[in-house]
Design a protein around this ligand. Sequence first.
Ligand SMILES: NC(=O)c1ccc[n+]([C@@H]2O[C@H](COP(=O)([O-])OP(=O)(O)OC[C@H]3O[C@@H](n4cnc5c(N)ncnc54)[C@H](O)[C@@H]3O)[C@@H](O)[C@H]2O)c1
Length: 405
Amino acid sequence: MGGFAGSHHGTVAQLEERGEARLICTCDPRAAEFGPQQEQWRFAQRGVKVFDDYRIMLEACHTELDAVVVPTPIQLHAEMHASAAAFGLPCYLEKPATLDHAELEGMIALDARLSKASLVGFNFVIEKPRLALKERLLAGEFGGMRGATLTAVWPRPTIYFQRNEWAGRLVVGDHVVIDSCLGNALAHFVYDLLFWAGRSSVYSCAQLAAVRAELYRAHAIEGADTFFVEADTSTGVTMRFALSHACSGPSSQSEEVICERATVRYVVGQHAEVRWTDGRVERIGLEPFDSLAENHLEYYRYLRGDSPRPAATLADSRPFVALNNLAYVSSGEISAIPPELISPERDEKEQKDYLNVRGLQAAQDQFILRGTWPSVAGWRREPGVVATLSDLPRFHDVVRGMAQR
Ligand SMILES: NC(=O)c1ccc[n+]([C@@H]2O[C@H](COP(=O)([O-])OP(=O)(O)OC[C@H]3O[C@@H](n4cnc5c(N)ncnc54)[C@H](O)[C@@H]3O)[C@@H](O)[C@H]2O)c1
């Protein structure tokens, strides 16, 4: 009921009023702490049964359910998905389904036995202007794809990493979690880039051939908060990702797809544009998009048989999870950003503390535009090595080693 699960509850309550769905039951080990929210969501009037153990909930209610929504800590997704699957129920899994390639394979195998596939909720895949641009890409209108880039700064205050026991962690208990901006907060946009480069169908993602990465941290966390990642796809497209939570001020992110005849720039929540090499510029407005409501509705259409597939399945997540895993293998270590570049910044209005990395934007620009790694530009560390899919078996040891250091 807390965290992002609260947003799902708000959305499902609205969709229930529109006759699109009905919430039968819900659970949270801290259910009693959410008294005011339960009143706000009108659980009593709606007849929603509340449990504090999801296994007992599924045992009691499974015959009444079509699907289970899993907006819980990442390390619980696999066991919750397995429990739902044991009753033949598919899940709306919050992204990332998992960030462990081996665990993902287990989830894919279980999901294949269900009559309906589970969804992984990457927010923006189903935006109509995005799908229309992907159709045009696939039709060859912009010429062959040369590259794709994602630049993103999403400031996160120090307390963001203290909000629960898994934020910014590499390992939680037995689980390799690798919570980070690459795998969690900015996962939507990372997935979008893989989606742009997928060649086989509209919803397809690129397959990876090689990954190089440098991982950094400014915050006092186990994991990384700043990523520079380069990936070659199996069709020869080079993708670059420059992402960070170690900043202050407004959030921004921009997806760019560079093709022979045009560059497509897509800024979620703002606009898209196609810049043709002959000088023409096409501007595409993006209507307000309630990503959670739209993703619920799109999944319901699939569950009812009105749409052929969920927008992102567990199997579609393979390149995304591999990218995350190989970034750690390639980087080999999470390096401290040179301390002289880091300055604390207090946001008095928010009453929150941020860390700012001087030169972050320049480092991102140099990497995105020229491929210049921060290690070469003065952030002291060795460059990452090339990692390929055959290196995936090393992922667990690499991450556990990082956590021990
Ligand atoms: N789509 C988006 O835009 C978006 C935004 C934020 C978070 N998320 C995703 O949502 C998921 C949850 O993230 P969060 O930051 O809200 O996590 P969180 O740690 O705040 O947990 C969410 C809720 O799960 C509950 N929970 C913990 N253990 C449970 C259990 N055993 N059974 C039932 N409930 C349990 C917690 O008590 C909490 O109420 C993650 O996968 C995250 O990536 C998605």
